[in-house]
Design a protein around this ligand. Structure first.
Ligand code: GUN
Length: 308
């Protein structure tokens, strides 16, 4: 039976460490400030942003939301970003992804001042990540590295497999693991013999957005399995396939009409992995904690730079 890696408790530790830093900034000058752009009406994005704003409120970070409609243009978003770039009390800018399809996402992300890029996805910060020099790191992979460190899961010298090659999770995850001296393989939707490759992993990170894709045959016995997926399932067949005859899950499905499932089959992970991040309660809370930490870092850097 796998050890459950509790993202909520690691989140609490990280937030607790941010508290005195926020208080010191507020006492010296002003609290850190985060500007969030949430474009359109994607339910999942709105939910994530609510959690991020709530975390800011709890910590005493000033936050502000801009919520343009789904019809927003690239030019309008560029103007919003530029306005946040110019505002001295805003230390961090988060452009919640995905943006509506008519928007040139890369242009918008490029417009964010790299020193305010708390998501670590501006090309300059991607370059810093690649060359392993200081800079903000994307929140989800950075949170996973914190989780591994704080649970004492050894990375150096081990085989890591990342499923998924997104700019915000898969690619930065692979780089962070490589910088910690893991031997890393990146897999994706066109990788042949996926299960066989994954079975080599001492550390398996699933970030591909397919409900319960990772099953027992993907998991090396005792591996650390990190589930980044957040998929909503809404059919009885899927509930049965993934949760077999769990009466609790059937009841939860009957009550809610859908269930949140990661990219890993939870029953298989519990049986075969050595350690496992559940969904919910695993990786999700870490993303928010690292956003707070990145915002505090940005504020310290900016206020430090202002006072000299
Ligand atoms: N959409 C899903 N995850 C993220 C994230 O970590 N940052 C941003 N900006 N958008 C996201």
């Amino acid at each position: 039976m796998a050890l459950i890696l509790d993202g909520n408790s690691i989140r609490d530790q990280i937030l607790k460490e941010c508290q005195p830093r926020v208080a010191a900034l507020a006492a010296a000058e002003r609290p850190p400030g985060l500007g969030v752009i949430l474009a359109g009406d994607n339910d999942a994005s709105a939910r994530y942003v609510r959690s991020k704003v709530k975390a800011c409120q709890t910590l005493g970070i000033y936050s502000e939301q801009l919520t343009p409609p789904a019809s927003v243009t690239t030019a309008e978003l560029l103007e919003m970003v530029e306005c946040l770039n110019q505002r001295p009390e805003i230390d961090g800018i988060l452009v919640q992804l995905p943006l509506p399809p008519q928007v040139d996402t890369k242009r918008v992300l490029l417009a964010v001042n790299p020193e305010k890029d708390v998501d670590g996805i501006h090309p300059l910060n991607v370059g810093r990540l690649v060359e392993n020099t200081p800079g903000p790191r994307p929140c989800t992979p950075a949170g996973i590295m914190e989780l591994l460190k704080r649970y004492g899961i050894v990375v150096s010298g081990r085989r890591a497999v990342v499923i998924g090659r997104s700019d915000i999770v898969g690619k930065p995850m692979a780089l962070l693991l490589m910088h910690q001296h893991a031997t890393v393989t990146i897999c994706h939707s066109r990788t042949p013999n996926l299960a066989e490759v994954c079975r080599e992993a001492d550390i398996l990170v699933a970030a591909i957005g397919r409900a319960a894709l990772v099953t027992a045959d993907f998991i090396k016995p005792c591996a650390a399995v990190i589930d980044v997926g957040q998929n909503r399932i809404s059919t009885q067949e899927e509930v049965r396939r993934i949760f077999r005859d769990s009466p609790e899950k059937q009841a939860e499905f009957a009550r809610k009409g859908s269930l949140l499932v990661g990219d890993v089959n939870p029953l298989d992970a519990l049986e075969w992995a050595g350690a496992y991040t559940p969904v919910p309660g695993g990786v999700g809370p870490l993303t928010i904690a690292m956003l707070m930490a990145n915002t505090v870092d940005a504020a310290e850097r900016r206020l430090g730079a202002c006072s000299t």
